[in-house]
Write a protein that binds this ligand. Sequence first.
Ligand code: 5GP
Ligand code: MN
Length: 352
Amino acid sequence: SQLLHMQKLDLFKEQISSASSKRIIITTHHKPDADALGSSLALALYLQKKNHQVTVVTPSDYPSFLHWMKGNEHVVNYEDAQQVERARELIREADIIFCLDFSNLGRLQGMEKSVREADAYMVNIDHHQDPDDFADFCFSSTKAAATCELLYDLIVKVGDRELIDKDIAECLYSGIMTDTGGFRHPNTTKNVHLVTAELIDLGADNSKISRLIYDTYSVNRLKFLGFALTRRLTILPDLNTAYFGISKKDLRKYQSQTGDTEGLVNYALSLDGIKIAALFTERKDGVKISFRSSEEVAVNKFAATYFEGGGHKNASGGISKLPLEETIQRFEKLVSENKHILFNQLALVDEK
Ligand code: 5GP
Ligand code: MN
């Protein structure tokens, strides 16, 4: 298997070799976060330096606090009616398609079909569990904190460290910073710090990046945070659980933009004694759910079993087609029924 992997790595190197210019599409999951977009733009900048024609196509828009990244203005949004035809054509004609920061094609939502039908060499770079087997070359490890960390390691492995410039380093730094919760989560390994140090060495301005990502709230976003903390937080001390339930009306009231609910769930987890946190957000196609947990509790299986989702042990997500209130009632019941199981990481119970 090690040998097979080396052969596949050699084939991958040949595919991206600057000897022949390829048409390349890079994509990531719906509603990209900093790791998703940062890894995509970093890879695009790198492959452009290797002489390829590269386009980043995202399945949706993404938060404005990511718009500063180099190459942002060339990103094609598949959900933009003005751009979707061009996106389809680019995908159809691609020689190589990279799928970054996800490994279940369903997370492309409306874009899934186009990518499945494409006749390209497929590459998957990701750090989620149980990757689907769709790629010709898969570079994936759940030990990595971020796709950006893996991408750095891959570029070094290919022998191209010297192609990483300041812009690429800043995109990569962003994904590592946010996916480790600002270097606080249990995934903040020695390798994370080593890679981060290299990125700073390569020009990443770490304090500038944290300001651009964390300290660029609109007034509405800050007021919405205050509203959510005072009016929309429920604490269940007996279940070591706290959650936010946000309705469409709440979002409208604060003119919520993509990304405005980012990080909200962490406030529920910041409470002393709280080990399970959730955020329920009513969207047009159902209730989007974010789960977070302290190190001893695994929420990914819970999300996968009951909410058509998944993710990492301590940070996962899912979806519910029930109305907001019923979704929340069901969640409370499931946590209550599974409490000892969640805390001891045993098998989850069948829903009654
Ligand atoms: P967030 O709460 O920030 O939206 O997502 C946290 C993590 O949960 C993501 O990095 C991703 O791993 C996972 N996740 C979120 N939503 C979904 C989903 O709908 N399906 C799956 N499989 N994973 C999700
Ligand atoms: Mn990630």
